[in-house]
Design a protein around this ligand. Structure first.
Ligand code: ADP
Ligand code: TRP
Length: 327
């Protein structure tokens, strides 16, 4: 059984990425054959600064390793180092109804904002389907925002299998942990790189503190009792504090004379404790570019070997005589 997932290198990883997705990537290494990649093709529709894209890509490999992905157990690769995914996207585009892509949230959101989406954004769910189907993935650990993309992937796989009369593509299941499906950001909406409301576990200590201090709270005075169930600081604290610690903070809220500033300081402390060892590992990895390069090269070579086998099979089934050289 295979687990596969990817993250776009659009900026520093945040605790929403970790609790919503990457922690599951790490746990699944125990039971599954794992493929985890950096989805760099997926950033191109936003015209990111090329130098920043390159830097963020390297950073995310280091993040993956520091957070617990093990290159001995997981194939860690770069999407664009397996160009067969672009070929599969083209092949599948011929059986993908326009309507299916027109219903995608990413496309509809742009239209609703009066923007003129480019073709890359329009076909983004199809590229994602190809990422998944190329590797016969059984489970795909993601946050809730990716649910629709998994449904689209299944639709495309079923359509292809029906049209060509064979179970060519495996139907993948999303793996969404409801308890952390949507980690809130500092402003209370979903934490996301694109909303500028993130808490980044690998940010320098000063910046991390600033992000935590910027969590929006209401105007209740320090002395007054507060409702812990309505506070974002508590919601975030629950992600990594143990039961006793959470109960203590909740009791402090209810008792009064405990300000949001106190809660934020405690959140900061707990966060540094939780991510401390990973921050140290991350720091060491930044000094070892050779190792990171090796991980990415070896992983991408392995992933590509799997991809080539699959694409040959797909082309053959479609009647394409693409295999006359290099068996
Ligand atoms: P962002 O929204 O910050 O750009 P990505 O789209 O790159 O994040 O997400 C990478 C992975 O992390 C996806 O599986 C996504 O569902 C998950 N994820 C992102 N933000 C959150 C969040 N706030 N809560 C839970 N999971 C999240
Ligand atoms: N679209 C995903 C995101 O925005 C990233 C992604 C690309 C992905 N291809 C994937 C996730 C394949 C899981 C499987 O977060």
């Amino acid at each position: 059984m295979r687990s596969l997932s990817g993250v776009k290198p659009t900026g520093g990883l945040h605790i929403g990425n970790y609790f919503g997705a990457i922690r599951q990537f790490v746990e699944l290494q125990e039971k599954y054959e794992c493929y985890y990649f950096i989805a760099d093709y997926h950033t191109l529709n936003t015209h990111m600064d090329p130098a920043l894209l390159t830097k963020t890509t390297w950073d995310i490999v280091a993040d993956y390793l520091a957070l617990g992905l093990d290159p001995e157990r997981s194939t860690i690769f770069l999407q664009s180092m397996v160009p067969e995914v672009a070929e599969l996207t083209f092949l599948l585009s011929n059986i993908t109804p326009m309507g299916l892509l027109q219903r995608a949230h990413s496309y509809k959101d742009q239209i609703a904002k009066g923007l003129q989406p480019n073709h890359g954004l329009f076909t983004y769910p199809l590229l994602m389907a190809s990422d998944i189907l190329l590797y016969d993935s059984n489970v795909v650990p993601v946050g809730k925002d990716q649910k629709q993309h998994l449904e689209i992937t299944r639709d495309i796989a079923m359509k292809f299998n029906q049209e060509y009369g064979e179970e060519v593509f495996t139907l993948p299941d999303p793996l969404i942990l409801e308890s952390v499906a949507v980690v809130p950001g500092t402003d209370g909406q979903k934490m996301s790189k694109s909303y500028g409301n993130t808490i980044e576990m690998f940010a320098p200590a000063k910046q991390l503190k600033k992000q935590i201090m910027s969590i929006v709270t209401d105007a209740t005075s320090l002395e007054a009792p507060k409702d812990p169930d309505k506070c974002n600081v508590v919601a975030l604290y629950k992600l990594f504090a143990d039961k006793t610690q959470v109960a203590a903070m909740e009791a402090n809220y209810r008792a009064g004379n405990y300000g949001y500033g106190h809660a934020k300081m405690e959140l900061h402390r707990a966060l540094l404790e939780y991510f401390g060892p990973m921050r140290e590992k991350r720091e060491a990895l930044t000094q070892d570019r050779a190792f990171i390069t090796q991980v990415l090269e070896e992983g991408s070579r392995r992933a590509r070997a799997t991809a080539i086998k699959k694409i040959r099979k797909v082309k053959k089934i479609m009647g394409l005589v693409g295999d006359v050289y290099g068996k």
